[in-house]
Design a protein around this ligand. Structure first.
Ligand code: BDP
Length: 977
């Protein structure tokens, strides 16, 4: 790296590694005594959350304000580089707000107390006040904040060896005031535990975010290189946490970011970030030499490929001199990588590392290799441990906290401490992909702390994950933290105000993983909502317990992956869908949990140090919260608390969901103590969480009951499940929709079930007798309107006062309505010839080629066909093709409408694009797995009928699907007979 951060000095600071402890890192601000004297019901100005924790509201307590003013009002700065300039700007802004008086830097101190900031190089006063030797050992990022009395005057000093330390020290001082710490005896020394403290943004160039719940990306690629204040504010926020790197694009990325016009845009962005010490990194697509360079290979050992990357690095550094380097996701979930050429991950990483080395850049190579669900937990370990020592020294392997994928509970990843000769970084997920999006409060710091404190024992006692990733176990040259961010363009950055506590917690832990979750929660609360003791106490408690609560109502005992299967939508991984994730949780009628033991399971436990492996091998000795992650046990397995597993599961789902209602009540107690807007928005979020928690509870307890057939000893319930995916309904006719009524009470009962149907539908209630612990299928009469449709249907059973559970998430799939064949001009059910066809419909298969006299048929290429065996007769199978394909239809005279059904019972479905005579007339949205949609295409047969060509296609290199094609004549009054 030619300027900006001299990486070597970061390293030398970090190389002091073990000295971190001996430097007496200060306790977090919140751990020190505090004056809790804020007036509680002060008039609170409107806030929208944009300031996050960088809120600089005036100190309310007059005595305290006076003391702060006396110490800090006079700000002495004797010059320095751009990072010091940013520090001083922030101090001026922050203190002006906090002290309620204009604070401006001046070069000389007067006769009174003063705040002095700078480095020994830039400030004579600093040279007087702090021995340079105290600072030199702190490296480029460390600093001191100290009260010094010199020549009878009191100085509050923020001093560092380098400008960057001054910046971090300035934010620390502001934090002290924001959290109302006394400064009279302040004397703290800080330096980060690791050199890499990076934000990973999974943002796409079209503005979408892979797993974002706060609106769209705030990186505006259309407008860049034109800058926006938001970029500066982003950089301030990052610097306030000590974050010093940002990867600005998704791990699933095209190669585009490595070429114009992106380089110009990136350079502009890097210029803003640089002023706050944040280095810009980019996710590189491993196939870039092919996609951008026009080569026919990306083989890491190919000389042409090597020289392409070398030139590319030169080009990038020509634009961005302090460019941080590349993040790479290779050979995982379909991404290109070195394995495509029979090479290893190390070959791939070293190729890029070689190109970046002359400039000091690094490669962060992800260990998340997910190709087969069966090997998901072991694959990273199996792929990477044989390569230990083979990675170049300017690469680091980036390892997710757990072996699966950011679940609410997982053991620590077995790769930690298993790569003694390979730089390692931990990847944490700040965005709440599997932990409730922006709808559920789930403060993840306690989870991260558990992982960081986990003792791998691989390099003897005390080889905790935290010590591994802070370079204290193995002699790593690069190490630290990556956090998958939760920022979007929402005004408050994180969508949910409370979710910002995770952003703050991640950054602060990456600076110092020894900070406690409780202290961080308190610190964030004080900075974000003020110092009213009731607010601090309540919000801190809400944060502290939220992860456990979320776990209780979603997935206790390590049950595992229970959310909607992987897909790209914003609702992906939010709601429970246990029936479709059995490959991940492995529960069945006999038992529950995933056997990962060496003795009888997949052997995952063998990846840990012997003492841990032995504990994990045994259901009696393994940590209870991981029981079902590691073992398949009978539902009657007895836990330490004397309860059976199934009873414990029932109880935690109910108690967890009940606690959400309490959380909402606790928050409501803060009315008028928190400004109105944020109060209302958070209250709304708790309302949503309450509903969703009940859905989780009801979906899961019913599911476990269905499998185990063991009743909850403490409660009974009734539930009715519509299975619309199994029955296609005929429009305008009387159908019988099967609905399963489940009786989870201790005695048989008579249940009356009604169906919630959309307007224009008719249905009647149905009565049935259901024995205790049984399910009974009732046929519910239902008449949908005659036209093609998709509709969500819910059934409600009732029987006296028996509690009824929600089943809406079990009935997630919509029912499909198709017109009866007799009413159609064409009634085509697409799929292979071998699969079943809807009553009276005609098969539209690849064999249906157009010929003279045919009513319909393919012209040119024919598609392929698949029968998934899932869903009803119409949706289970389809025709599909990667190429545009023409379906010719014979139309009768007059107007008519074609209805095309598209979707996929398994996985997401690309837009189906329909062109009629060359003009695009319809296009579906990209759909989640199991979602379908009907496209309507108006057609005209003219006065005597004609043939029309529908060209079916989708995005380039993707596949379109068609499940059915129905043509209805426009409703004209039928001539009387
Ligand atoms: C999973 C996400 C997916 C990511 C992938 C990854 O569901 O969107 O692309 O991990 O980390 O968490 O690469």
């Amino acid at each position: 790296m030619s300027s900006g951060i001299p990486r070597r000095s970061i390293l030398s600071a970090a190389a002091l590694g073990s000295a971190v402890g001996s430097l007496s890192l200060s306790a977090p601000a919140s751990a020190q005594p505090v004056l809790d004297t804020e007036p509680s019901a002060a008039t609170l100005p409107a806030e929208d959350g944009y300031d996050l924790w960088l809120r600089y509201r005036q100190v309310e307590d007059t005595g305290q304000l006076k003391r702060y003013r006396a110490a800090l009002e006079s700000l002495v700065w004797q010059g320095g580089g751009p990072l010091q300039r940013s520090a001083v700007d922030e101090l001026a802004r922050g203190l002006t707000g906090l002290l309620g008086t204009r604070v401006m830097p001046r070069a000389k101190s007067g006769s009174r107390a003063a705040l002095v900031v700078g480095t020994p190089t830039s400030s004579a006063l600093i040279r007087e006040l702090v021995p340079a030797a105290d600072l030199a050992e702190l490296g480029d990022e460390g600093y001191v904040v100290r009260r010094v009395t010199w020549r009878g005057r009191n100085f509050t000093v923020v001093a560092a060896h380098a400008d960057r330390g001054v910046l971090y020290g300035a934010f620390h001082l502001l934090r002290l005031v924001q959290t109302r710490r006394p400064l009279e005896h302040v004397d703290l020394t800080e330096r980060p535990a690791a050199p890499l403290r990076v934000a990973n943004h999974w943002d796409n160039k079209d503005g979408s975010i892979e797993r974002g719940y706060a609106g769209r990306s705030f990186f505006d690629w259309e407008k860049l290189p034109q800058l926006d204040n938001r970029y500066t504010d982003y950089a301030r926020v990052m610097a306030s946490l000590g974050i010093n790197g940002a990867v600005i694009n998704n791990v699933n990325t095209p190669a585009d970011y490595l070429a114009e016009p992106f380089l110009t845009k990136l350079a502009a962005l890097a210029g803003v970030l640089r002023r706050y010490g944040v280095a810009l990194y980019v996710t590189a697509n491993f196939a870039a030499p092919i996609d951008l360079g026009g080569l026919n290979t990306a083989d890491p050992l190919d000389p042409g490929v090597r020289s392409w990357w070398t030139k590319k690095a030169e080009e990038i550094y020509g634009r961005i001199e302090d460019f941080g380097g590349f993040l790479v996701k290779a050979n995982s979930e379909g991404r290109p990588g070195p394995l495509d050429y029979g090479r290893t991950h190390a070959d791939g990483a070293n190729l890029l590392a070689g190109a970046l080395r002359p400039y000091g850049g690094i490669v962060m190579w992800r260990a998340f290799v997910h190709d087969s669900d069966e090997k998901w937990d072991r694959q990273a370990y199996l792929d990477f441990t044989p390569l230990d020592g083979k990675f170049a020294d300017n690469t680091v392997v980036q390892i997710k906290n757990g072996p699966i994928d950011f679940q609410v509970r997982e053991p620590a990843h077995p790769l930690f401490a298993s790569l003694p000769h390979t730089n390692s970084v931990i990847e944490l997920q700040v965005t709440q992909e599997y932990t409730g999006h922006a709808a559920h409060l789930c403060y993840l710091v306690p989870q991260w702390k558990e992982v960081l404190d986990f003792d791998t024992l691989k390099a003897g006692e005390g080889s905790t994950v935290a010590r591994v990733v802070t370079g204290r176990v193995h002699p790593y040259s690069h190490f630290g933290f990556a956090g998958v961010m939760n920022f979007g363009d929402a005004r408050n950055w994180t969508g949910s105000h409370l979710a910002a506590a995770n952003t703050h917690g991640y950054g602060r832990l990456s600076w110092n993983p020894d900070l406690s979750a409780q202290d961080l929660a308190t610190e964030w609360t004080r900075m974000t909502f003020g110092n009213d003791p009731d607010v601090v106490k309540t919000v801190t408690a809400l944060l502290r317990d939220s992860w456990r609560t979320y776990e209780d109502y979603t997935s206790p005992l390590g049950t595992g992956y229970l959310t909607h299967p992987p897909d790209g939508s914003v609702t992906g991984h939010l709601d429970p869908s246990p029936t479709t994730t059995t490959q991940f949780h492995k529960s069945n009628r006999e038992g529950i949990g995933y056997d990962r033991t060496a003795a009888t399971g997949n052997g995952y436990t063998k990846l840990y140090a012997p003492a841990i492996r032995d504990a994990y091998e045994s259901p009696a000795n393994c940590p209870e919260e991981l029981l079902l992650f590691l073992h398949h046990v009978p539902y009657t397995h007895v836990l330490d608390n004397g309860k059976t597993v199934i009873q414990h599961i029932y109880d935690t789902h109910f108690s967890g969901a009940a606690r959400v209602a309490d959380m909402r009540t606790d928050w409501e107690g803060l009315r008028r103590r928190v400004d109105h807007r944020r109060f209302t928005e958070v209250r709304r979020q708790f309302g949503e969480q309450n509903t969703r928690a009940a859905q989780w509870r009801d979906t899961l307890v019913a599911y476990w009951f269905e499998l185990s057939r063991i009743r909850d000893e403490r409660r009974g319930w009734l539930q009715a499940i519509v299975a619309p995916a199994d029955t296609a309904l005929l429009g305008g006719e009387r159908n019988e929709l099967p609905v399963q009524v489940v009786n989870a009470t201790g005695s048989g009962l008579r249940a009356v079930t009604t169906l919630d149907v959309p307007e224009g539908w008719r249905s009647e209630e149905a009565t049935c007798y259901v024995a205790s612990r049984e399910g009974e299928t009732v046929k519910m009469p239902v008449v949908p309107p005659p036209t093609p449709a998709l509709a969500t249907l819910h059934a409600r059973p009732r029987s006296g006062a028996v509690q009824v559970l929600d089943s809406s998430l079990r009935s997630l799939a919509r029912a499909v309505v198709v017109p009866p064949a007799a009413r159609c001009v064409h009634a085509l059910d697409a799929g292979p010839d071998s699969a079943p066809v809807l009553k009276d419909y005609t098969r539209l298969s690849p064999a249906g080629v157009w010929h003279e006299g045919a009513a319909f048929g393919w012209v040119g290429n024919s598609p392929a066909a698949t029968d998934t065996g899932l869903f009803d007769v119409v949706r289970r199978d389809y025709v599909r093709s990667g190429a545009p394909t023409v379906l010719r239809l014979k139309l009768p005279a007059g107007r008519c409408t074609a209805h095309l059904l598209t979707g996929d019972p398994n996985t997401f479905n690309r837009p189906l694009i329909v062109r009629v005579d060359g003009t695009e007339t319809a296009r579906s949205e990209q759909l989640d797995g199991r979602e379908f949609t009907w496209l309507r295409i108006p057609l005209d047969g003219g006065s005597s009928g004609r043939e029309v060509d529908l060209e079916l296609s989708t995005e380039k290199d993707k596949t379109w699907h068609l499940s059915a094609c129905v043509v209805l004549a426009e409703d004209t009054p039928r001539p009387a007979r």
